[in-house]
Design a protein around this ligand. Structure first.
Ligand code: PBG
Length: 337
């Protein structure tokens, strides 16, 4: 058969054949533009009360909430795999959630106890503390609510107290995820005032009001509480220029690094941020993105491992310095092999 195939005259290529460098594995390795290493991966952990306790999350198969002692073990595993930092999220017991979210600044809350336990057992790993009220408030909103309105400046006052408690407990990076205006500057000033000038702020600068957060809300126990949505503070998914304004503002207020969230559907924002600002940029491969890969793989629709690596490389290609991913430990171990 083949001998009858007509060979087209390709003179117009002028010798330019892009397939040349793709022909062999060694050549593909040589021209590869992006790299993924364990140092690119930040691992989010969900914390619960108890001892030697882990609970499954229905919408995030493979991810478990862990009690503090198991978080310490997870931190050791992460350190050994070369992961530079963990992002912690508490599932606050129901009876401690309240309208004013006061548990957020209780120096003995679940978050603070986790920070100090990991800090003393595994001092080599960085600890990123999420600051927002949704994990402590009775309505699952990230801010204080009055007459259906999310109060900006009052929320910022509470966030400052929460960030200071986390700083004292051992946080290395304060990560405000609430999208209130002015919170980065307010937290920076408060940290500096208490001698925490070395603590970093990683701001969730471009955070969208997203449907991809569903499984996370189950994980931290806010899903069933939340009334309405978060569109008066998180961004409209139709917008892109506005994300640059948010990032610009947070850098001006003193953010050391910024985050884009969700991840894969917002890689255009990561790229624009990379092209416009000279700060470290992180992207969050959020719970819904994790769930989509897991459920599609379980249905036999995609190759799980291949899709995971492809998704993480996409972040690097877009210009992210690192990715918060529920796959961090699994992938870091795989890369280290
Ligand atoms: C809010 C917060 C959320 C996530 C991280 N921090 C949820 C929300 O804004 O409703 C989502 C992360 C994920 O979906 O994996 N404090």
């Amino acid at each position: 058969m083949a001998e009858n195939w007509h060979k087209h005259d390709m003179d117009f290529l002028g010798g330019r054949r892009l397939r040349r460098t793709r022909r062999t594995a060694w050549s593909r390795a040589m021209v590869r533009e992006s790299v993924l290493t364990p140092a690119d991966l930040i691992w989010p952990l969900f914390v619960i009360e108890g001892q030697n306790e882990k609970t499954a999350i229905r919408t995030m198969p493979g991810v478990e909430r862990l009690s503090i002692d198991l978080c310490v073990e997870a931190a050791k595993a992460a350190r050994d795999a070369g992961i530079p930092a963990l992002a912690l999220f508490p599932n606050t017991p129901d009876h401690l959630r309240s309208e004013n979210g006061a548990e957020a600044y209780n120096p003995d809350n679940l978050m603070c106890r986790t920070l100090s336990a990991i800090k003393s057992a595994v001092p080599e790993i960085g600890l990123i503390a999420d600051v927002a009220l949704d994990e402590y408030s009775s309505d699952g909103q990230d801010g204080l609510v009055r007459d259906g309105e999310i109060l900006n400046d009052e929320t910022v006052s509470v966030m400052i107290r929460s960030a200071l408690a986390q700083a004292k407990a051992g946080a290395d990076i304060i990560a405000p995820s609430d999208m209130m205006d002015g919170r980065v500057a307010a937290i920076r000033e408060a940290l500096d005032g208490e001698g925490h000038e070395h603590l970093q702020i990683m701001s969730y600068a471009a955070k969208y009001a997203s449907f991809y957060y569903g499984p996370f809300r189950e994980a931290v126990g806010t899903g069933s509480r939340l009334r309405g949505d978060k569109r008066t503070y998180q961004m409209d998914y139709a917008n892109s220029d506005e994300a640059l304004r948010e990032i610009e503002q947070d850098i001006a207020e003193g953010a050391d690094s910024i985050m884009v969230k969700p991840g894969l559907p917002y890689l255009d924002i990561v790229r624009r941020a990379k092209d416009n600002f000279n700060v470290p940029i992180y992207a969050y491969q959020v719970s819904g993105e994790y769930a989509m890969i897991e459920f599609a793989a379980a249905a036999g629709a995609i190759d799980r491992k291949g899709a995971i690596l492809e998704s993480l490389y996409a972040f690097k290609r877009a210009g992210a310095n690192g990715v918060l991913s529920y796959y961090a430990l699994e992938v870091a171990r795989e890369l280290g092999r």
